[in-house]
Design a protein around this ligand. Structure first.
Ligand code: ADP
Ligand code: MG
Length: 396
């Protein structure tokens, strides 16, 4: 059932508490990447254009319930002001008197950004008292923080007990796009899953193996699959306790009749910091070598499969892409995804960073703004921040 959207609400003259994800990377007080702030613009602009009083709230970093000067949200207010072209008032408390005073003074279309939610221990504890205080600041609530949707916190779940709650436009786009992949993808549909460990992605692999037409595996986790196939992987990162899981996924792929692609050649080195590696076949890995990337032959095979798809989901780098010596597999796959005619989706912090760094981000159809949240969504889990919003058609 689709969730109730903010676009169905009458917000004119109302105080709208809008949970956003302004958890941006900071270098001192400088925001080094404002993607998350820009991603929140559609909802903020919609609220402004419909005459709401916009009260934004977000967490930033992990202050663990205490005030941490370096994690104040003032820099985010300044950046939002720059990109939206109107003043944004940053208040230095979340539910304190200065927040109340600033809100009492608001005109329609004004924007206030409350202080970092996680300065209050009630936020992560989903404390009802804190949730009620937050709710008392506003008439309506909208959740547009997809990156925090997998957390049952006061600002994502608790507050919905006390205010009419709606989904924001970014949230809606994430839910619609990722939901379509799981329930109604255009076929053929391939998932490329990489990253360090099988254990991080078991639930995603298990959920996707019955839904995709092809599953392409790379990154450190491919090593455990190679081990499961009886290869010797030398000094590579492996999880012997996940070999059985890898076997089950190989079997599930076979039973479902889908293509499972594992690397046939790899880039090995003695050290993750090495300035170059050697390409070898997966059946010829020396005992003191470790696998840090998929090889060119594998990358080309993956690229070929990617080009044939109508839908492509990518989560997790194919190698240690932070080191240029081991970034070629990830680069070849990134280029194939960027060039693909099918609908392309990327989720996962490190994969998104890789695509951005390679300058390919604007050729991807949907880049998910939630790392952990998109992973849990793709695992098939119900995200508490989404579940807390009433279904469309529910009374306000
Ligand atoms: P994402 O954030 O996109 O979901 P992950 O966090 O799961 O991706 O995985 C990224 C990490 O995986 C990176 O730190 C990368 O160095 C590591 N990694 C990838 N391939 C290997 C490998 N062959 N050996 C060790 N680590 C790897
Ligand atoms: Mg990561």
């Amino acid at each position: 059932m689709p969730k109730r959207s903010i676009t169905s609400a009458d917000v004119r003259g109302k105080r709208v508490l809008c949970r956003v994800d302004f958890n941006v990377p900071l270098d001192g007080s400088t925001i080094t990447d404002d993607t998350r702030i820009r991603a929140a613009l559609p909802t903020i602009e919609w609220l402004r254009d419909h005459g709401a009083k916009i009260i934004l709230c977000s967490h930033l970093g992990r202050p663990k319930g205490k005030i941490v000067e370096g994690l104040r949200l003032a820099p985010a207010a300044q950046r939002l002001s720059d990109v939206i072209g109107q003043p944004v008032t940053a208040v230095r408390s979340t539910i304190g008197d200065d927040a109340r005073d600033a809100i009492a003074a608001m005109q329609d279309d004004d924007i206030v950004l409350l202080e970092n939610l996680r300065f209050n221990p009630g936020e992560e504890a989903n404390d009802p008292g804190f949730a009620r205080s937050l709710a008392s600041l506003a008439d309506l609530y909208v959740n547009d923080a997809f990156g925090a949707a997998h957390r049952a916190h006061a600002s994502t779940v608790g507050v919905t007990e006390y205010l009419p709650a709606y989904l924001g436009l970014l949230m809606q786009r994430e839910v619609d796009t990722l939901g379509k992949l799981l329930h109604d993808p255009e076929r053929p549909f391939a998932a490329i899953i990489g990253g360090a460990k099988v254990s991080d992605k078991i639930a995603v692999l298990q959920n996707l193996v019955t839904k995709v037409d092809a599953l392409l595996i790379g990154g450190g986790m491919a090593n455990t699959f190679l081990l499961a196939q009886g290869m010797r992987v030398g000094a590579s990162l492996v999880e012997p306790d996940q070999v059985e899981t890898a076997r089950q996924i190989i079997q599930a792929a076979q039973d479902a009749g889908i293509d499972l692609l594992l690397p046939t050649d790899v880039v090995v080195a003695r050290d993750i910091k090495a300035s170059e590696g050697q390409v070898t076949s997966v059946d010829a890995i020396a005992d003191d070598d470790a696998i840090f990337d998929i090889g060119l032959e594998s990358a080309r095979a993956y690229a070929k499969t990617i080009a044939r798809q109508k839908t492509i989901l990518w989560n997790g780098p194919l190698g240690v892409a932070e080191n240029p010596a081991f970034a070629n597999g990830t680069r070849t796959v990134a280029e194939a995804v960027a060039n693909a005619e099918g609908f392309t989706v990327i989720g996962g912090g490190d994969s998104v960073a890789a695509v951005e760094q390679m300058g390919l981000a604007d050729r991807i159809d949907h880049i998910s703004t939630g790392g952990g949240a998109s992973l849990e969504f793709l695992e098939g889990k119900t995200l508490p921040g989404i579940a807390a919003i009433p279904d469309r058609g529910a009374d306000a």
